[in-house]
Structure formats: C-alpha cells, structure tokens
Design a binder for this molecule. Structure first.
Ligand SMILES: [Zn+2]
Length: 364
C-alpha cells in the first residue's frame, strides 16, 4: 500500500530528476551537425565528401568538406575554397584551419569546403570547368539537371549555403592573374545583410575593399557564390589573396589571419586580430577586356597607381604584330593584371578601381 508520505517522496524525486534533465538540456543544447551523411557531435571535427551525381556526359564529382562543430551553439560559418581550380592559397589555408580550429573551445560551427570545383582543380583549368566550359562562379544557384558546373553549384547552395549563417568565398588571382589582396563588399541586398557583410569585410582585415554595386538581387539568378548567400539573407564576402598559380606563405597566412578575425568578430572564438581600421574603399571599378585573341603583354603591376590613359597591356597577334593597346579608362589602382601570354577575345586583361569618395551607410 502506497502511503501519502511515500507518494510525496516519489513526486519530489521525480521533480528533481526532471530538473536535472532540464539542467542538462540547458548546459548542452548543441545537437549534432550533419552534412552529406557526415555527423559531427558537439565539440568534434569530422570530414566527408558531398556527392555530385553523374549527368549527361560526365561522371559527377565530389566536394570534400570538414565540419568543426563547437561545443556551444552559435553562428555557422561556411568557408569555401577552390571555386576556381588554379587558386591554391585558399585551399592550403583551409587545410591549416582544419588543424588549428579547436572544436572544443569553439562557439558555433565552421564548415570548410576544401575544394568546391574538383574537376577544375584536377585538370588545372583556369576560369572554366573542363567538362562544360562554364565558370562555376557564374552559374549560381545552379540546377539539379544541368551540366557539371550547374550541379556543383546546386549542391553547394543546398548543402552548404542553405545551412550556413555566414559565408566567405575565398579566392585569389586565377592561375594567370597577378593580384594584390582585396575583398568585395556587395551592397545590393537587404540593408541588414549588407551592413553585416561590411563588418565581415572589416573583420577579415584586407585593406582594400571594392564596393560592388552590380551584383544581381534575385535569389533564383544569384550568379555568384557569395551573392547566393546574400540574396538568401546571409551576410557574405568574397576575398582575394594570392594568385598566378603560386603557393606563397604570405598569401596563405593572410587567409588564416582573415578567418581568425572573423571568428573573433562573430564571437566564435576568444582572441584574434583587430578589424582593419582604415581600409581603402574602392568605388568605380572596371575589368578591362581584350578585343582580340592572341598574346598579352602586361605593362603594369598590381598595386600600381595609374592615370587615365596609362597603358595597361598590349595585345599582339601570334606573329607579334600589335593589335590593341589597352589603356586605363580612369585614374585608379591596379588590383590584378593578367600576367601570362594567352588571351582570348572578351577575356579579362586587368582590373582597375578608383578610390570611393564615400561609403554607403546601412541601417543594421
Ligand atoms: Zn576565383
């Protein structure tokens, strides 16, 4: 027979057990983070490969990734390297970050996409994917039934960008491009997203920031990777560090430092570098392009200040006759110049940008 006494004792015990569970739930609210069948428990690191299924004319590919899942809940920061296949410092920096970010002391989650464009990396193709000739960073958000680049973009959009709260697409000059470091701050999305993206750019710390006013604002035709995040309401950034097929320490370390600054800014990790205090904001900008197919002779260096009319490059035919002299349309600074001879009609020759007279103010 159950006495009242006993009932009270059992009830008290039940309440205490419930309270303990609640305590546990408050202390460890982080659940596992799952991408592509890889499950990261709180405070752990796991790696895996996203599968891009075969399509007409190709065998599909894989996208290697790692999840560094913190012990406490917080932002989900996606870092994407290798959107272009001959851009090596970002890829090497992500391998180092995988080893150096400690999941046990991390708040939130870092998702590393080690190599977004495996076909281009393995075939060493500049700008374009080897099977379909498309620039991966011009086909977002991608399609499930398109060519290989379209399907890579679709998997990145659904599995990475849709899962993240913040996205950084990490580039450098492609294999033929000699470049000084800079980032793109896109100002075309919702004001709060634009403001938060500016903070990301400052936290990453590159001292030249291009104010980009020309990205599309339609999530169904976002074209660029970082723009895909922004049109979905997520702060994002595109950064450039290194180039010309090099694997120099300076360019790799700059990416590591930039990510360390962003982790601090998002309160994902204690410590880290200060944001850049006085960046050079660049407004009017233009990718200069060749009218001809032939050989390119660069006449400037990245970081060089040019006047309106300064000779940027000469284009010759295959025998050496000059076809075109490409001059700067306005005074500014050279951010990159193509520094290997092959050039095809319509392709970039260099990128010039002018100091901004002011920067857009955004409400948070
Ligand atoms: Zn690139």
């Amino acid at each position: 027979m159950v006495t009242l006494h006993r009932l009270v004792a059992v009830s008290v015990a039940f309440v205490l057990v419930c309270a303990a569970f609640v305590q546990l739930a408050v202390a460890q609210p982080v659940t596992a983070f799952v991408i592509g069948g890889a499950t990261a428990a709180p405070g752990t690191l796991v790696s895996g490969d996203l599968k891009v299924p075969a399509g007409p004319g190709d065998e599909g590919t894989i996208i290697p990734f790692s999840i560094i899942h913190g012990a406490r809940p917080g932002p989900v920061l996606a870092l994407i390297a290798g959107t272009h296949g001959v851009e090596y410092p970002p890829v090497l920096a992500l391998q180092r970050l995988r080893a150096s970010i400690d999941p046990k002391s991390l708040t939130g989650t870092v998702v590393l996409v080690h190599m977004a464009n495996m076909p281009s990396f393995l075939k060493r193709t500049i700008y374009y994917g080897p099977t379909d000739g498309k620039n991966l960073n011009r086909v977002f958000p991608g399609t499930r039934d398109g060519t290989l680049s379209d399907r890579i973009a679709d998997v990145l959009t659904r599995e990475i960008i849709d899962r993240a709260t913040h996205v950084i697409d990490i580039h450098c000059g492609d294999g033929n491009e000699w470049l000084r470091p800079y980032s793109y701050w896109v100002v075309m999305s919702a004001p709060a997203v634009v403001a938060a993206s500016k903070d990301l750019a400052l936290a990453f710390g590159l001292d030249h920031i291009v104010i980009d006013t020309e990205r599309p604002n339609d999530p169904a035709a976002s074209i660029y990777l970082a723009n895909t995040a922004m049109t979905r309401g997520k702060p994002a950034l595109t950064v450039e560090s290194g180039g010309w097929s090099r694997t120099d320490e300076e360019s790799i370390a700059r990416v590591e430092q930039g990510v360390a600054g962003v982790l601090r800014h998002l309160k994902m990790r204690a410590g880290g570098p200060d944001p850049v205090a006085h960046p050079v904001w660049l407004g009017r900008n233009e990718v200069l392009r060749s009218t001809f197919t032939g050989l390119l002779y660069p006449m400037v260096e990245p970081g060089q200040t040019v006047a309106q009319g300064t000779l940027i490059a000469r284009i010759t035919d295959f025998h050496g006759k000059v076809l075109e002299e490409i001059r700067s349309p306005f005074a500014g600074e050279i951010l990159y110049v193509v520094a290997t001879p092959p050039v095809t009609q319509g392709e970039p020759v260099g990128f010039v940008a002018e100091r901004a007279t002011g920067i857009p103010e955004m409400k948070k």
